[in-house]
Design a protein around this ligand. Structure first.
Ligand code: GRG
Length: 303
């Protein structure tokens, strides 16, 4: 296939383009029509959390992998929105009293505080199902692309992915002997797999071959490890207003993190190493300038 060379505008412009495409499509995919009046509260709760202003890293990865590998940007619209919906669901459920019990998210009352617990549970559930409908109905993707995407996406969020990771995380709160290997596995499931599948879905949009899909997944898993370790560090060092959620919650919940195992400097070194490994996997991807800059920038993020 003839690979289209993408012209790298500056990083901020490219990121702003991906964010704006994501926000426009999220609105469209979860729009409210008159016939939805009976379910308005559910749609409002879904939109409340979707519009609360996250960084949109996962959709940016879908778009960036698609573009870097020569795919058309329009093909990435559905999977990019889908991944942000699932991520948003995970945040809504993570904040519930039965989970991390956080009142603040993205600088605003968390979904169950703004609405109520039952509505937040349903909004999260609906945001886990809608993505599959959005991908299945997408006119820009072939049937083969859709089936593959639905398969990898379901795998990355289910029992062997994010939900499984959250279960391990909750069980770990009752323990004081969590090992580094156990922690790495939990982070891989809880955080790494969603970032990895974002990259893989972007690569599928461009009809990438197996070797490239593997590189995309390996990159995403290492980015995920670094991303989660930085999250642990920010839980101690961040400015609460800038972070948009309470700090110190890991300690309150008795979580073992790379910071509790190795201290702030030790945790930062492991995040640095995971980032270097992620960058090495990116060498297998053409036109990787935006992705390299994103990877490096995430290491020094403040929120
Ligand atoms: C039903 C899909 C589903 C999931 C339920 C609750 C749960 C299982 C999983 C929790 C997963 C979780 C919250 C992982 C933490 C990942 C993480 C570091 C999130 C923060 O991501 P950012 O920084 O957030 O990209 P923004 O707000 O910028 O989008």
């Amino acid at each position: 296939m003839q690979r289209r060379k993408i012209i790298m505008t500056n990083f901020e412009e490219k990121m702003a383009q991906y964010v704006s495409l994501t926000e426009e499509s999220l609105k469209r995919f979860n729009d409210y029509k008159e016939e939805n009046e009976p379910q308005k509260r559910l749609i409002d709760a879904m939109n409340y959390s979707l519009e609360a202003g996250g960084k949109r890293i996962r959709p940016a990865l879908v778009y960036a992998f698609c573009e870097a590998l020569g795919g058309e940007l329009e093909c990435a619209t559905a999977p990019a929105a889908a991944i942000e919906m699932i991520h948003t669901c995970s945040l809504i459920h993570d904040d519930l009293p039965a989970m991390d019990n956080d009142d603040l998210r993205r600088g605003k009352p968390s979904c169950h505080k703004q609405f109520d617990e039952a509505t937040a549970i349903l909004a999260g559930d609906a945001l886990t199902v809608l993505p599959f409908e959005v991908i299945a109905d997408c006119g820009e993707l072939s049937a083969d692309q859709k089936v593959l995407m639905i398969s990898v996406l379901a795998n990355s969020i289910g029992r062997d992915g994010m939900m499984g990771g959250q279960m391990i995380d909750l069980l770990n709160e009752k323990r004081t002997d969590v090992s580094e290997d156990e922690l790495r596995n939990m982070y891989r499931c809880k955080t790494g797999q969603l970032l990895a599948v974002s990259c893989v879905m972007g690569a599928i949009c461009a009809d990438a071959g197996n070797e490239t899909l593997r590189a995309a997944a390996e990159y995403g898993l290492r980015l995920g490890l670094a991303f989660q370790i930085i999250d642990d560090i920010l839980d101690i060092t961040a400015d609460e207003a800038e972070l948009g959620k309470p700090i110190g919650s890991d300690e309150e919940l008795n979580k073992t993190t790379f910071v509790t195992l190795y201290g702030l400097d030790g945790a930062q070194k492991i995040a640095d190493k995971a980032t270097s490994e992620a960058l090495e996997w990116l060498d297998a991807i053409d036109n990787n300038e935006f992705l390299k800059e994103l990877t490096t920038k995430l290491l020094s993020r403040r929120k």
